[in-house]
Design a protein. Structure first.
Lengths: 204, 204
DNA sequence: GTCTATACGCGGATAGAC
DNA sequence: GTCTATCCGCGTATAGAC
């Protein structure tokens, strides 16, 4: 009843750290083995080559956010609540698993050239799911007729960059660093997202 | 009256391409020399080592967006107009100089570990400038009392990721790829940003 | 100013001992 | 299953010829 080889987790954790820090091309297999505390040959035997290491890290990371979104949807009644909860869940998971946003941003930066096919499939599913929520809100007359894709990228783009820069922002602008905790991040974004920047009456 | 050594531009263009594609650690100096069509020794003589190449690429790229924002501010009267114009300018420049968003996203992903000090200084100035615009709009009673940092990251996060994924989105979701041109990107974002997702009357 | 040639270490990956 | 030793190519960087 222990189907999970314990060292695989250690290896994948180490790989995630290295890939997040240096990107796929900058990452060193030697370094991953060192971080994991295993021999390089063992690493090859247990998981595989660099590409396979990366594939496993990406799929494991994607599952985290996929589950977070599923849970947010299940725990929500209205479309508005769903959006708010998705934001909260993503923000929470982003800071808890900060390596994953880093890897995702690098994939975006690199035109998804190192993203495994299964990762692309998961991305499509994720975008379809969240688009459906926006469409539903529009049809229910609760949401304005916004572009769902723009909304998706505003949410993920903002959460991931805010989460990744929290340390940096404290260093650069200690007296005014902006939102730091996942809660602060989720609240400040959903405020702007739901209500907009303009005061009521000034809308265009 | 020709103070600019022409080949330096060629070398920096090649370096930008390589750094954007592979990140600082993944980038290869040999590859940059090959792309630029110059000998590696020439490259070292003309610009410097890998670190200096990167520094020059980053500062040149930062100047592009800095100038774009300055211009947007100068061409605007109201705070609302300023925000809209900044969005337009950044979106235009992002797609025209697509390598720069890529490098910036990679810096965010890597905790700005390879970002030269001057780049950090420029970032702080950029954030102070744009924060002032938001604060002004709030004081004028036109904007709601939003978090300026969240707003900044929603704008840049969304524009950069939308610009970088435009090709990918067409491939993954050809029937519904979302905003593609800089104009589509700027309009869809500013619509959500200014007016919010919720219909008037549903605001929280 | 530019190129050829090369130093020297690190990269991914594996063979074969245990 | 795991480790040592090693292959071989590529990485940054420079010396020195032209």
């Amino acid at each position: 009843m222990s189907p999970v080889k314990i060292e695989e987790h250690v290896i994948l954790d180490a790989a995630a750290e290295e890939f997040a820090k240096l990107g796929y091309d900058g990452a060193r297999v030697d370094s991953i083995a060192r971080i994991a505390g295993v021999n390089k040959a063992t690493l090859y035997y247990r998981v595989g080559d660099k590409e396979e290491l990366y594939r496993r890290v990406v799929l494991r990371g994607q599952a985290v956010f996929h589950n977070a979104v599923i849970q947010a949807i299940e725990n929500s009644e209205t479309a508005t609540e769903t959006v708010t909860n998705i934001l909260k869940e993503i923000a929470n998971n982003a800071l808890e698993n900060i390596l994953i946003p880093s890897i995702i941003l690098r994939e975006i930066a690199g035109n998804a050239k190192t993203l495994p096919q299964e990762g692309l499939d998961g991305l499509k599913k994720f975008m379809d799911t969240t688009r459906a929520i926006v469409t539903m809100g529009i049809e229910d007359g609760v949401f304005r007729d916004v572009d769902p894709t723009a909304l998706q990228f505003m949410i993920t783009g903002a959460i991931f960059s805010l989460s990744l820069t929290s340390r940096m922002r404290v260093l650069v602008n200690s007296d005014n660093p902006g939102p730091i905790t996942p809660d602060q991040i989720a609240v400040s974004i959903s405020d702007i997202l739901l209500n907009g920047l303009l005061k009521e009456g000034n809308r265009q």
